[in-house]
Design a protein around this ligand. Sequence first.
Ligand code: UDP
Length: 334
Amino acid sequence: MSGIVGEGIGMKVLITGGAGFIGSHLAERLLNTGHQVTVYDDLSTGDLDNVRHMEDDPRFTMKVGTVLDREVLAPLVEEADVIFHLAAAVGVNYVIENPLHALTTNIRGTEILLELANKKKQRVILASTSEVAGKKNGKANFSEDDDRLLGPTTVTRWIYSTSKAVDEMLGLAYWREKKVPTVIVRFFNVIGPRQSPNYGMVVPRFIKQALLGHPITVYNDGEQKRCFTDIEDALDGLVALAEHPDTPGEIYNLGGNAETNEISIKKLAHRVKELTESDSPIEYVPYEKAFAKGSYEDLNYRVPDLTKIHSAVGYEPEVGLDLTLRKIIEYIES
Ligand code: UDP
């Protein structure tokens, strides 16, 4: 093991977007394994409440700012041994409501980050998304080198996919041409405590709706399927990829176990209703009612092929969907 972020090594780690859902859990994991962590976040979708419990740790630093601010970001990158670049506009609703901000943050922000990392050529772990693959025909699981299939550029939803595809290409180009060791990780519907229901993500939305006794809003017929990933599994994969000597210049899917975590959205709504013992009705909402005209297209099916990450680092997701749903319910209730 190269010990890039290995246990007890005491690396200086910068996490952009570290006050968000995944970033704040990662910060905690890295502090717990002996590292110094600096979180940089503009709090657009991140929240100081996610990191408050770490503030008393002398190895933890929180800095508020945007990745577009090169002057503030430069010394933070300079000081870091390794960088997790998670800062991005995320969430279908957020991107549809803030298209320009999403494009700028996701594309220019990543370009600035990689330019800065090029100076000392530290390892960069670049957060990407299964969304990059787009709609994809057929029912096969998504592999990293599949052709991409997106709708027209007029459909705002595809901004997220397109901007993250540009990020991936920037990361690969910085690796190939400048030898910045960039590892690209495509997350598949990661869920867990602290994920906000405010930006579109279906699981915290359904749980909040169920707990409030509001209608659980299933879009269309609810036959569309996803495979959800528990945050702790996601962190196992993320850290393993960050540590491994041979991962730079490669793209990895990081997702949940299809056998236990693949589910239709309709079934998910029923499961959430059962686990919360809610009286909420399940309401089927046509896409035209949920989203402004022409802004949204859905994907019928999205399940990861995990062969590559398994071969590289032995990754095997373990947490079943019900357990994660229970953890989120407990978190939202508290
Ligand atoms: N969805 C839904 N009701 C909601 C929010 C989302 O039925 O209130 C559906 C959405 O249409 C999609 C799935 O849940 O088919 C997952 O949506 P999300 O935005 O969480 O992530 P995606 O996988 O689409 O990026």
